[in-house]
Design a protein around this ligand. Sequence first.
Ligand SMILES: [Fe+2]
Ligand SMILES: [Fe+2]
Length: 419
Amino acid sequence: MILVGITGKSGSGKSYFARKLTESIDKSSVISIDHIFSRLMNNGQVIDRIVAEYGQGILKDGEIDLDVILNNKEIFSKIYTIIENDLESEIARELKEKEQNGEKACIIEWWRLPNTELINQCDCSIYIQANSKERLEFLKNRETYMTQESMAERDNVLGADYASKQYDLVVQNDYNEKSIEEVIHFVKEKIRSKRLLKEQSKKQQSKEITINNAKEVLKKYLTENRKKLYHSIRVAKVAKILAEKNGVPVDEAVIASLLHDIGKTMTPQEMLSFCASREVTMYDFEIFQSPGALHGKVGAILFEEEFDRNSDPEKFDRIQHAISSHVAGADDKMTKLDKIVYVADNIEPEKEKKNDNQETGIQKQTETLLSKIENGEIENLDECIKIIIEGKKQRAKKRGVECNPLVDNILMNDDERGL
Ligand SMILES: [Fe+2]
Ligand SMILES: [Fe+2]
């Protein structure tokens, strides 16, 4: 996502330019920092901090009296120090949300931009200049009492130093289409060149599909989540045994297992927006009951972002499919590799112990699956899968929750079903 910063004095037409940009750029939206500011002025904790600094006199009918703030330079500049952290985290939250929604451009519109660090985060900055007569006309639409003097006073209170920055584009707002077109053209060019740069660096950075690179990627995503990290390693160990027994390339089983849960870095809500923005097929259960079940599909997309498909397209597709289908199968047939990752994920020693705590009749069978496989009592992957699914259903029933209905597809798509 490209970040476009638009700044200019109040009444210069920033929000108008920002709106025009979003109308002409697909998947783009605006963050108006003034709106976030107003929201914060209604936040209880923020109000408490401001009152602690200025006393009850800063309130009017229980709310922050914006007239007092907007007419006192000293108070106004201090307010930004008081709410700095809140403002930063609100902006970061909105940006993250937009990024996850797959937006291409976010236009940040703020008169104070040149005096903050935020301008350095922007991929490009645009300064809208406007002469005072037109600004006054513009402001009078919002605030009828505005005069030339009060506008100058407002500029003084706001105290933004526009001359302190070098902008990528300075536009004289002459209130005609030409200046808008200039801005739109400029931003579209920026998006194009950023995309080209990203593609180039992706080509340079994407990795060959090896176990060592998979370990690197695993660490990148799950170092913070030790439990999941160790789980992934245990799954890889089990998958290695299963791959050897079933004649599947061991490195593929290990790589897919190491990476099967990398999608779990996101919260369920984030998974939902991530998949929605990439037009991933999602089922009702995944959308309404358990968005966390999307972590396989998320992981498969992250795998694509990390590894170079061209280095070995078939291997890439096989591993990606195994990651995507490890939660509850796939729309198409499950391969042996898919089944190995699915089984290994469900019978690695700690998972079996955890399931064991839930004490069901079927559980007894699941708990010994790994040892039965190791000593050759169970050879068939489908046999394991049937027991695993039955165990899942019984545990869900016992907990009074719905079992992911998609698991029934795991064996249904198999050619050998019923034989
Ligand atoms: Fe998983
Ligand atoms: Fe897992």
